[in-house]
Design a protein around this ligand. Structure first.
Ligand code: ARG
Length: 568
């Protein structure tokens, strides 16, 4: 309510010449309870200047404040000056803003001309796409949409874990105990089984480790057989990953994974050497970070092979050259904090001043309510199974609540997936997520389905009203003077600022919280204010408010990567 704050500041500035405008703005507060007004100005600071009790000062200042357009009432209470806004101009302005801009409401051009690289999802080839990668995928996808909405040019990169010594192990395991048929049939679970078997066998027989190292060296040297096998493992894995991305409706601008940097690392290692940053340590090469109180960053192993960090350093330099990013953000579990801190430091030591544009966005774990998730394919919990289960469960709920619904399949998909995504994005990302079917699929709880249901409810009111396409400019918004309507407008009004905050803090939960507020305050309005049966002018104004809510719920959900069905 920026305009209102300005109006209040203006009034106080005249009444209190002893304070500067900036000082006044800083002191203005939002009271904890509505009875105390929309804004309050504490007079305690003035006690020294006027040598009077704050209670008295507040009373005297109130006398000096003239009537003003945006203010309905000014009161002095216990040393505070409480301002009550005049709802009509506020409500009118907010609703016209939303209805004029529609799905663009809250968007901006602050990111114009700036490139943002977002590194997210990044599952590992031949390993299950697990629930931790879901978090990275969902948070990254939301940050992508949010930045795009603010005018940034986004580059979404899936930095696949498709290179490293583990592929040597997998080749050995495949050659010893694998079958082509089994892998083609079962896909990743079978590849994972082979990988696990390798580890248990190698405990008895350490020679297997040497064999695996040899195979990886062959891969790095371009051996055809090794590369063909690796490529095949990758194709099998990608097919499964794609199914998950399709369900989640997530896509990427680039699939340049770790293997992409295979032929790009040598010059970077050379550069590290020339910059005197590399040290030998037991045959390996490291960058010492003891001054920074961190363990060394490993660049090459003693057999000359490269590591995860080597590829990240190379990738960052490549991305800076290719995309000239103003920020490059990496979304991973917080277990990788040290890894990122280490190699960011290496970039800084290399003399690249853009090291400060690299941002690690860590998130907490997903804890399961054990025993409740199905594991159809062996003992690994596959994300794809979870997503499909969400859709199935939603179908059952729809079957029970609204068996006549058309397009049940489509809607169950939007709601089931939406439930999982919303649950993931509802808390500060650093907090652990608790995975509970009952909670996240509760249509009356603080859930995705609740917000989606509210959106569908708004759509249905609009349809029934027959006023969906009405002109809104000359409506009598002053009729929306009840608490519930005003509250809805307050929540709407703050939406644009929340989006910018979500981008600054890289925190999509700010948006999920805001649309939850909006859904809740809308439902209060819906129960308290008759819409379709109201007198004509009131009906029109209320329908316009419904439209504004529908638009913002839809774009809020969209920013989180969640669909907003019109019926449920
Ligand atoms: N593949 C990694 C993992 O599963 C995540 C990669 C994140 N991105 C990066 N540039 N390091 O843990």
């Amino acid at each position: 309510m920026m305009d209102l704050i300005q109006e209040i500041t203006q009034l106080l500035d005249v009444a209190i010449p002893e304070l500067k405008k900036e000082e006044i703005i800083e002191l203005i507060e939002i009271p904890a309870r509505v009875e105390m007004g929309d804004y309050a100005f504490p007079c305690f600071r003035l006690a020294k200047i006027y040598r009077k009790a704050p209670v008295k000062i507040a009373q005297e200042i109130v006398q000096k404040i003239p009537a003003s357009k945006g203010i309905k009432k000014v009161e002095a209470v216990s040393g505070y000056i409480n301002f009550f806004m005049n709802p009509a101009p506020f409500v009118t302005q907010v609703l016209i803003n939303v209805l004029e801009q529609k799905e663009k409401y809250g968007s901006s051009t602050i990111g114009k001309g700036k490139n943002i690289v977002i590194d997210y999802s990044a599952p590992n080839i031949a390993k299950p796409f697990h629930i931790g990668h879901l978090r990275s995928t969902v948070i990254g996808n939301a940050l992508y949409h949010i930045h795009k909405f603010l005018g940034y040019h986004c580059v979404g990169i899936n930095h696949l874990g498709d290179w490293g010594t583990q592929f040597g192990k997998l080749i050995v395991a495949y050659k010893n105990w694998g079958s082509k048929k089994e892998i083609e049939e079962k896909g990743i679970p079978e590849l994972n089984r082979l990988y696990v078997k390798f580890h248990s066998e190698a405990e008895e027989n350490p020679e297997l480790d040497d064999e695996a190292r040899n195979w990886f060296t062959k891969m790095e040297q371009g051996d055809q057989e090794a590369l063909d096998l690796w490529k095949w493992f990758k194709e099998i894995s990608l097919k499964e990953f794609e199914r998950v991305y399709h369900l989640l409706d997530v896509s990427f601008d680039s699939y340049a994974g770790e293997s992409f940097y295979n032929d790009k690392m040598e010059p970077i290692i050379q550069e590290l050497r020339e910059k005197n940053l590399l040290e030998k340590s037991e045959g390996a090469e490291i960058v010492d970070l003891s001054e920074e109180n961190m363990p060394p960053c490993l660049i090459t192993k003693k057999d000359g092979s490269t590591l995860y960090a080597t590829r990240d350093i190379t990738a960052a330099i490549y991305r800076k050259k290719t995309y000239d990013f103003s920020r490059c953000i990496y979304i991973t579990a917080l277990e990788q904090n040290l890894h990122f801190a280490q190699w960011f430091k290496v970039i800084e030591k290399m003399g690249y001043d853009w090291y400060s544009q690299l941002v690690h966005v860590p998130f907490g774990m997903v804890s399961m309510e054990t025993g409740k998730l199905s594991t159809r394919k062996g003992n690994v919990i596959l994300l794809e199974d979870i997503l499909n289960e969400a859709i199935e469960k939603t179908k059952e709920i729809i079957e029970e609540k609204n068996p006549e619904l058309e397009d049940k399949e489509e809607i169950a998909k939007a709601v089931g997936i939406g439930a999982i995504v919303f649950n993931d994005l509802y808390n500060n990302r650093i907090k652990d997520v608790i995975f509970s079917w009952d909670k996240m699929l509760n249509f009356d709880g603080e859930t995705g389905p609740y917000v989606q249901y509210t959106h569908a409810r708004a759509c249905s009111v609009l349809k029934k009203s027959g006023l969906e396409a009405q002109e809104y400019k000359d409506l009598s918004f002053e009729l929306l003077d009840d608490e519930a309507s005003i509250q809805v407008c307050k929540v709407l009004e703050g939406f644009p600022k929340v989006i910018q905050e979500a981008a600054n803090k890289l925190e999509p939960s700010l948006i999920s919280r805001r649309i939850m507020d909006l859904a809740q305050s809308f439902n209060k309005f819906y129960h308290e204010c008759p819409i379709l049966t109201a007198e004509e002018e009131t009906k029109k104004a209320r329908v316009a408010l419904v439209k504004a809510v529908q638009v913002v719920l839809c774009s809020g959900l969209g920013l989180l990567g969640i669909h907003a069905p019109e019926r449920m």
